[in-house]
Design a protein around this ligand. Sequence first.
Ligand SMILES: Cc1cc2nc3c(=O)[nH]c(=O)nc-3n(C[C@H](O)[C@H](O)[C@H](O)COP(=O)(O)O)c2cc1C
Length: 227
Amino acid sequence: MNPSSPSAVLNELLAQRHSCRAFLTDPVPREVQERLLQMAQRTASWCNSQPWQVHITEGAATERLRDALQTTPQQGESGADFPWPREYRGVYQERRRECGFALYDSVGIARGDREASARQGQENFRLFGAPHVAIITSDDALEVYGAIDCGAYVSNFLLAATSLGVATIPQAALASRSQALRKFFGLGDDRRVVCGISFGYADVGHPANAFRTSRAEVSAAAAWIAT
Ligand SMILES: Cc1cc2nc3c(=O)[nH]c(=O)nc-3n(C[C@H](O)[C@H](O)[C@H](O)COP(=O)(O)O)c2cc1C
C-alpha cells in the first residue's frame, strides 16, 4: 500500500492512537488546539445538529479543576448525566477486565490490591497530569442521539490530536462528577456532560503508557447477509 495514500494515513493514525495515562506538563500551543478542533468539527451528526460543546482548560484553570475534581466526594454512577451501563455481560466484562489488568500489570499493581487500584482510579481526577482537559457536553433534549453524535466527535478529536502529535485519553470517569463540572464551567440545565478528554504530550517512558489494548477480529463484530 502506498504509505501516503489516504487509507494508509488513516490506518496509521488508528494504529498509533492509544489512551495516554501519564502526561508531560508542557502545554499544547493554542494554534495546535485550534487546528485539532477545526478537524473534529467536521464530525457527522444527526440532521447536522452538531450538538457537542467543548470547554477546554489550560494553565491555572486546569490546576483549579484538578483540585475541584479531587476534592469532590465520589458520587459514582448516580453523579452522571447519562445513565451508566446497566451491566457488563459476558465478553464485554472479559474485555473490560483484560484492559484493566493490562494497566495494573504495567504499573505494578497486584491482582486484588484494592487500595492500589483505587489510587490508580483516582488518577482520572488528577487528569493523569495532563495540562488540558476538554469537557464534552450535549444538548439535554437530544438524549441518547446527542450522546451518539458526541461519541463520534470524541473519536475524531482523538484522531485529529494523534495526527498533530498530541496524546489523549477519553474519560467517562469525569462524567461521574458532573455536578463539580457544572459548577466549574457554569453549565446550564440544557447541557449534559458526556465525558472529558485529557490531552497534552505523552510521558512516553511512564509505565502507565507501556501497554496497548487488543481488538477482536472483524468477524466477531460484523456479518454480511447476501440472500
Ligand atoms: C467514551 C470513553 C470513555 C472512557 N473512559 C475512561 C476513563 O474514565 N478512564 C480511563 O482510564 N480510560 C477510559 N477510556 C479509555 C478506554 O479504556 C480505552 O479506550 C480502551 O481500553 C481501549 O484502549 P486504547 O484507547 O488505548 O486503544 C474511555 C474510552 C472511551 C472511548
